[in-house]
Design a protein around this ligand. Structure first.
Ligand SMILES: *[C@@H]1O[C@H](CO)[C@@H](O)[C@H](O)[C@H]1NC(C)=O
Ligand SMILES: *[C@@H]1O[C@H](CO)[C@@H](O)[C@H](O)[C@H]1NC(C)=O
Ligand SMILES: *[C@@H]1O[C@H](CO)[C@@H](O)[C@H](O)[C@H]1NC(C)=O
Ligand SMILES: *[C@@H]1O[C@H](CO)[C@@H](O)[C@H](O)[C@H]1NC(C)=O
Length: 687
């Protein structure tokens, strides 16, 4: 840029007279001027911006969120705080475009990063190098959105963001390949291309894995050739030469992505695991190769508290002799223990390796499935609280008795694919384990337990209206995701208050989704025909046994009435006209007193409009005729106030009247399931 100034100066001082008297000038003079303008053009249109920071102390980066620079010069994008984001940008924007034709310049950058998690085997969510038209990413979400986008703008080409993600969590919504990958992102978290983190060794050409969350510093190179439109991403452990073969090499036209000017920097976000994301050094160069980093000048990382791998490194050579003895001892020991920890593992299960927990770990986690760790008992099994031995992560382990081998393979495939579902209103299924006659399912632990406790347990505080409305919207959003927004339609089949769990911020999370199908193959005689809980079962489901998204909507209707009224859908002991909640609410609606059905524990402090909306929506969803029920997308629109709730038709039949009219096994059904009305027979996972 200085050269531009000098050229301008020369131009004014020396060459202006020639321009003025162009006709009188000699040929050599004219040639000189032409040459000069050619040079001037090159000077103006060639940007040579670049910088190198070995440690980020002097970088004067523009920081936001929880990003900060430590006293020794580490850029700490996140600092062990959950569900937060942090950004750091080079303070001045850069010109990536050549003026006349707008072609994108070549550029090159390299940085050293490290991710330190409180656990050895889980972390969240990763680091991103990004090129962005703005430094204001305040609307971006943390967690899987990596502080780049939010649910609304993800995928929108008006974002104009190019990014390279180092992603440590699988988010199936964004089609992530695994929980340790590098991806090229254009305006969206669904990567253009991605690869397991690692590098191709120069000598053998073989691929070597790198673990992003190892806590070890690693180096990344991002190189773009503007002419060839080729983008390479390469990574390696620190102090290694840049591998010749890039990890990712893609042809990408950035000219529709990058505007002028652009900021370069980093973004990072955390989810539910305390993780620190660091950048140790960074170098960038426009139209050239980024200057190499000086490893000796990079700041050091905070000492790992775990020390697990270090200890192993030192003890390994010493221990090799002792190892032989130990193996012999262990073998004897193992034979004895084998029965205690015996598992069923068949060949076809190997592809599900990452989703498989060892029974031993689960046994230890739950202190041997001690009664003290019991969270709940249901018709199908028991749910225990556990703390995983290595990661110290809190989980809920559900033991389901399961004799039949039939359908097991399909079922496990389904469990694994359900484990890939991720949504803030779903309880995360982490994996499974199989033993003879039983299946163990491992879920995220939800400290606040299930919603029904808050509705009926006098010991728990009553939820106020705002909390209840948020719970209702949360469950609606989770269910919408299951029905419409995931790659497969997942029918929940058992929506009810005891299957809705509350996390530590009282966010509602739907548990046990899709798994109800397990009970179809199960041995429990009570459940061989229809799955679900009385009062939440759509009349057509009782008749045909076929669960659909619309039977889920019915149950959702019963559920939201339950939340608003603080009453179970069916209360056998109540006065006659109060037995079936829907009928009672319907009766009050006809009389114009629908608001009277609200939970007395709400007191007088509630939003009248929202309460009526919920009650009427509950009636609409619980409509006995399937065709009259809305789908979950419409439900969400009504709840968000984006669409007006349709008026209920005056011909709305009461539930019991319809049942009487149909008289097709519906009453039989009620009678054959008396116990499922009872609270203790309801099973919910993932507490
Ligand atoms: C992380 O940063 C936030 C915001 O700057 C601060 O409030 C919090 O105390 C920090 N936490 C730790 C563990 O350093
Ligand atoms: C993309 O973002 C623009 C500007 O924010 C908005 O007008 C447009 O509706 C968005 N497109 C989609 C498909 O969401
Ligand atoms: C590398 O990672 C892949 C995918 O996670 C895994 O299948 C493979 O076993 C790993 N290889 C090594 C040497 O760790
Ligand atoms: C990308 O990698 C390929 C293969 O090594 C190489 O031929 C090409 O020059 C590289 N391009 C850039 C922009 O680094």
């Amino acid at each position: 840029m200085n050269s531009t100034k000098i050229s301008n100066y020369l131009c004014l001082q020396g060459y202006l007279p020639i321009l003025k008297d162009w006709k009188k000038s000699t040929m050599p003079q004219k040639t000189l001027v032409c040459l000069f303008f050619l040079l001037l053009n090159l000077a103006v249109f060639t940007s040579d911006d670049g910088f190198t920071f070995n440690g980020l102390t002097g970088a004067n980066l523009t920081l936001d969120g929880i990003a900060s620079i430590t006293s020794n010069g580490l850029l700490m994008l996140t600092n062990k705080t959950k569900r937060m984001k942090g950004h750091a940008f080079h303070p001045s924007p850069l010109h990536f475009r050549k003026p006349p034709d707008g072609k994108i310049f070549s550029f090159s950058t390299t940085f050293v990063f490290a991710i330190i998690s409180e656990y050895a085997d889980v972390s969240g969510h990763g680091i991103v190098f990004l090129v962005s038209p703005t430094t204001d990413l305040s609307n971006a979400s943390p967690g899987p959105y990596l502080g780049l986008f939010n649910a609304k703008n993800n995928g929108n080409s008006t974002n104009h963001i190019f990014a390279v993600e180092l992603d440590t969590i699988v988010t199936s919504e964004f089609k992530d390949i695994n929980d340790n990958h590098v991806g090229i992102d254009i305006n969206s978290l669904t990567s253009n291309s991605s690869h397991t983190a690692g590098y191709y060794a120069d000598d053998t050409g073989s691929f070597k894995n790198l673990t992003l969350i190892s806590g070890q510093p690693m180096q990344v190179w991002v190189d773009y050739d503007g002419e060839e439109m080729q983008l390479n991403v390469t990574m390696a452990p620190i102090r290694m030469f840049k591998p010749r073969r890039p990890l990712l090499s893609s042809t990408i036209d950035l000219s529709s992505v990058l505007v002028d000017p652009m900021y370069v920097g980093f973004s990072s976000s955390t989810g539910s695991v305390l993780t620190s994301h660091y950048v140790l050094g960074w170098s960038f160069k426009m139209n050239g190769i980024a200057q190499a980093l000086d490893y000796s000048k990079l700041p050091s990382l905070p000492v790992l508290q775990k020390g697990r791998s270090k200890a192993l490194d030192i003890s390994l050579p010493l221990a090799s002799a002792a190892l032989v003895l130990m193996i012999v001892g262990a073998a004897i020991f193992l034979v004895r223990r084998r029965n205690k920890y015996a598992e069923l593992l068949e060949d076809w299960e190997h592809e599900y390796g990452p989703h498989r927990f060892s029974f031993k770990d689960l046994f230890r986690a739950t202190k041997g499935f001690k009664d003290k760790e019991l969270l709940g008992i249901g018709g199908f099994g028991r749910v225990y609280k556990g703390v995983l031995p290595t990661s110290k992560m809190e989980v809920a382990v559900k033991r389901v008795s399961h004799e039949s081998r039939q359908g097991m393979r399909e079922f496990v495939a389904e469990v694994v694919s359900i484990g890939n579902l991720r949504h803030r209103n779903l309880v995360q299924l982490l994996g499974y384990c199989r033993r003879k006659g039983e299946l163990l399912l491992v879920y995220d632990y939800m400290p606040n337990g299930s919603l029904d406790k808050f509705l009926y347990d006098q010991e728990k505080p009553a939820l106020d209206w705002n909390q209840r409305f948020r719970v209702i919207k949360g469950v609606a959003s989770g269910l919408l995701y299951l029905h419409e927004d995931w790659e497969k339609v997942v029918i929940h089949r058992d929506i009810k208050a005891s299957n809705v769990l509350l996390d530590n911020e009282l966010n509602a999370r739907l548990g046990d989704f899709g798994l109800a199908r397990l009970y179809d193959h199960g041995t429990d005689p009570q459940t061989t025909h229809v799955v679900g809980t009385m009062g939440y079962l759509a009349p057509e489901l009782a008749r045909t046994g076929k669960a659909t998204t619309i039977t889920d909507v019915f149950a959702f209707g019963a559920f939201i009435l339950e939340v608003a009224c603080g009453r179970r859908p069916i209360e056998a002991n109540a006065a006659e006209e109060h037995v079936v909640l829907v009928d009672w609410v319907l009766e009050n609606w006809r009389r114009g007193t629908i608001g009277e059905t609200r939970d007395p524990r709400l007191g007088e402090d509630y939003a009248v409009g929202e309460l009526e909306l919920v009650l009427k929506l509950g009636l609409l969803c619980s409509h006995p005729l399937p065709a009259a029920r809305p789908n979950m997308r419409q439900v969400m629109q009504y709840l968000d106030g984006d669409a007006p709730l349709p008026e209920l038709s005056p011909t709305y039949l009461s539930f019991s009247v319809l049942a009487m009219l149909q008289n097709e096994g519906f009453d039989d059904f009620i009678m054959s399931y008396p116990s499922s009305v009872h609270p203790s027979s309801t099973l919910s996972g993932g507490r």
